[in-house]
Design a protein around this ligand. Structure first.
Ligand SMILES: NC(=O)c1ccc[n+]([C@@H]2O[C@H](COP(=O)([O-])OP(=O)(O)OC[C@H]3O[C@@H](n4cnc5c(N)ncnc54)[C@H](O)[C@@H]3O)[C@@H](O)[C@H]2O)c1
Length: 433
């Protein structure tokens, strides 16, 4: 089948490439000509493990192509996947302009029957709006197909999903979607069919639930610090309960990225608009925002006024490991807070360096290697759980640093080991040593 993908960001590239990998002919469209030029050469505008290799292979085998030419991309395609951004502000108001104007543009161009599949995260009721635009000229169907891939393991998540959710009103279209996804569901994972509105809500509900676990765990970490307990022990104790499970229970500096913070805010906004209570949902966001400030305050309290003379090394900026995505990363608030306080900040991130440099310019110093950032540093601040930070050479670190202090926002090290190595070590939900 020929498939058209609209939007060549994280979502669109992974979706298009994985369908091509399954033998479909996929044409991906973006209105950013620089992005398309890069992709046509088999180069990526973003970092996602395993994706480049698949793109190159499918380009070579002519199952995958990239263009800015929307009319050409739509020719002969039965399904068009919308993977454009659907940004929202901090109050949870979603800007649907991009999604709706793209759907309208395609409706204007297309000839004959087509199915539009919305993978962009949109509030319940959006599919209905798309339906009106979509059917204004030609017959067609609208499907909601939320995605749950995680940046950093997106290819694997797409190829081996926990479930596929499809919201549509037509049983034949539903069966076509089942057939499309059947190669990904061979291990018996479920295909869940529901109304478009429920499918739209399923994405927000999932993210609100995940975010709630993190915020609750972070408050439990504070409790552990106050009562001399170790959150790592508590996490194990809690996670072993079969009613709870072990994932999404790691305490830290809070969640970030383009999904969780935004989707929780949208949930609160939707409740507000429906005249419903949303104190629990809103608390998830409030706890998360405070988290960043609390961690920053720990650093500011330690150095006091002298922070203006301090050179602080920072490891990791991306909102999580294995991605270069820095959208709403907790690290940004911490970098900005440190710069505001007058510290000299030296940053290292394995892949997000260019995005960080473009954002902060001369306000911060970029290090090319992670030990390089430590040279003459009065402290190290760890903000992303990159694997390469997990077992460093402590002796080498100690020699490079002027002051052996570590603020670890991801609990990568063992306090007793850090004490033995002569570091002052601050972590989350554990005793400072
Ligand atoms: N990133 C994720 O992990 C993820 C996971 C699940 C769902 N989603 C959803 O997928 C959607 C896209 O997210 P993303 O992270 O890929 O965003 P992104 O910003 O990385 O990519 C969006 C792409 O769409 C392109 N675009 C915008 N308007 C266009 C238009 N009119 N025509 C053609 N191209 C256009 C942009 O140039 C950009 O390349 C969002 O709604 C998001 O909520 C993302």
């Amino acid at each position: 089948m020929k498939i058209t993908i609209l939007g060549c960001g994280y979502q669109g590239l992974v979706t298009g490439t994985c369908f091509a990998e399954n033998g479909h002919t996929v044409i991906c469209v973006d209105n950013n000509a620089d992005t398309i030029a890069l992709l046509q050469e088999g180069k990526l505008p973003l970092h996602e493990p395993g994706l480049e290799e698949l793109i190159v292979r499918n380009l070579e085998e002519e199952r995958l192509s990239f263009t800015t030419d929307l009319p050409r991309a739509l020719e002969g395609s039965l399904m068009v996947f919308l993977c454009v951004g659907s940004p929202s502000d901090k109050d949870g108001n979603v800007d649907l302009d991009n999604v709706l104007s793209t759907a309208e543009e395609i409706a204007r161009i297309r000839e004959g029957y087509q199915i539009i599949v919305n993978k962009s995260t949109c509030p319940p009721g959006t599919a209905k709006k798309i339906e009106v635009l979509w059917r204004s000229r030609n017959p067609g169907d609208v499907v909601v197909n939320p995605d749950f891939m995680k940046e950093g393991s997106a290819v694997d998540d797409f190829l081996r999903p926990d479930r596929i959710i499809v919201g549509c009103r037509d049983i034949r279209v539903q069966e076509m979607m089942r057939e499309l996804y059947s190669p990904f569901l061979r291990t018996g994972k479920p295909f869940l069919a529901m109304s478009p509105e429920s499918a739209e809500m399923a994405k927000y509900a999932t993210n609100a639930m995940l975010a709630a676990r993190i915020s609750l765990m972070n408050q439990l970490a504070d409790l552990c610090e106050a009562y001399d307990c170790d959150i790592a022990d508590i996490r194990e104790a809690v996670g072993m309960d079969s009613r709870i499970g072990p994932t999404f229970l790691f305490p830290g500096i809070g969640f970030g990225g383009s999904g969780l913070p935004r989707d929780v805010a949208v949930c609160a906004r939707l409740a507000e608009e429906a005249g419903l209570e949303h104190d629990l949902i809103s608390a998830i966001t409030a706890v998360n925002q405070r988290r960043r400030q609390q961690f920053l305050q720990k650093i500011l309290d330690y150095y006091g006024e002298e922070i203006r003379e301090k050179r602080l090394a920072l490891w990791g900026v991306s909102f999580k490991a294995r991605t270069d995505d820095i959208r709403d990363a907790p690290s940004l608030d911490i970098i900005e807070g440190l710069c505001h306080a007058g510290a000299q900040v030296v940053v290292y991130d394995p892949v997000a360096g260019p995005k960080v440099a473009a954002r902060y310019g001369e306000h911060i110093e970029m290090a090319q290697k992670y030990y390089g950032a430590l040279d003459g540093a009065d402290g190290l601040i760890i903000l992303t759980e990159w694997n390469e930070f997990r077992r460093p050479d402590y002796a080498r670190m100690g020699k490079l640093m002027r002051e052996k202090v570590i603020f670890d926002g991801r609990n990568l090290y063992t306090p007793s080991v850090m004490k033995e190595q002569g570091f002052r070590y601050f972590s989350v939900g554990r005793k400072t040593v």
